[in-house]
Design a binder for this molecule. Structure first.
Ligand code: MF3
Ligand code: CO
Ligand code: CO
Length: 251
């Protein structure tokens, strides 16, 4: 790896570990009765305390430091005074910006006991992301990523959201390429050593269609069924890949 790539990996590693560290703290907070605003306040503080900025705050007018997407919210849920209830599932999506570089990651959290269906949706979404990460190396096609995710999701009877995708990331929050979570093997751009991007499949229990609410951000499933998402920031190396946003606690 040349020194430019080494430096970009090192900076993404730092930003990525702050983002995943924030989620490790969020995990301790989740219980019935807390508000999504409380999650946002924790993310804001944790990220600032680590000398970084929350990239979502004021990004294209987004008003908060993280996204909290509960139940049928697909992504970009805005933290509010909404109270979490037993049985809810939610995604918390955090992006840290430090020394000019971004690290972007999200996880699902279960509030108390959740239904078996919800658990299966969350597990399948995580597996789909990890299956796709495991195939990463130079010369793999972008379409191989999408196809790996789609196959696993549809084999479990769920559907892949098509309206949002993963993205290149670095000094810019969202850049090329678009990383689709569905597609055909052997199609699309080939991965090159040094590329840094996110994989962040959004998976619906019902149909894949989404719509954006009047706040201009909150994306929900059209059929109001549950949706789940996980996200990691990854980089392509000589022998495969590096995940920049692993939890120090779990994966
Ligand atoms: N973190 C989200 C992503 O994975 C983007 C959030 S943009 C925001 O790309 F403005 F909604 F925060
Ligand atoms: Co992202
Ligand atoms: Co994100």
């Amino acid at each position: 790896m040349n020194s430019e790539i080494k430096e970009s990996f090192e900076k993404t590693r730092v930003a990525g570990s702050i983002a995943s560290g924030a989620l490790d703290e969020v995990a301790k907070l989740i219980k019935p009765g807390i508000t999504t605003h409380k999650i946002d306040a924790l993310c804001y503080e944790f990220i600032n305390d680590h000398g970084a900025y929350s990239a979502p705050l004021f990004y294209r007018g987004f008003p908060k430091s993280c996204c909290t997407s509960v139940n049928h919210i697909v992504c970009h849920g805005i933290p509010s005074d909404k109270v979490l209830e037993e049985g809810d599932i939610l995604n918390v999506d955090v992006t840290a910006f430090k020394n000019g570089w971004h690290g972007d990651t999200s996880r699902m959290f279960e509030v108390g006991n959740v239904s078996i269906k919800a658990k299966k949706l969350v597990k399948t979404t995580y597996e789909a992301m990890m299956n796709a990460i495991k195939i990463l190396k130079e010369d793999v096609h972008l379409g191989d990523i999408g196809s790996t995710i789609q196959q696993h999701v549809e084999a479990n009877g769920f559907s892949v959201v098509q309206d949002f995708c993963g993205h290149g990331i670095g000094e810019t929050f969202h850049k090329e390429p678009n990383v689709l979570h569905y597609g055909k093997k052997g199609t699309g751009e080939k991965l090159k050593v040094g590329m840094i991007f996110t994989i962040e499949p959004m998976i619906n229990l019902g149909k894949y269609e989404t719509k954006v609410l009047n706040d201009g951000w909150t994306a929900v499933t059209k059929d109001k069924t549950l949706s789940a998402q996980f996200e990691h920031t990854v980089g392509i190396t000589k022998d495969g890949y590096e995940i920049f946003t692993l939890s120090k606690k779990i994966s």
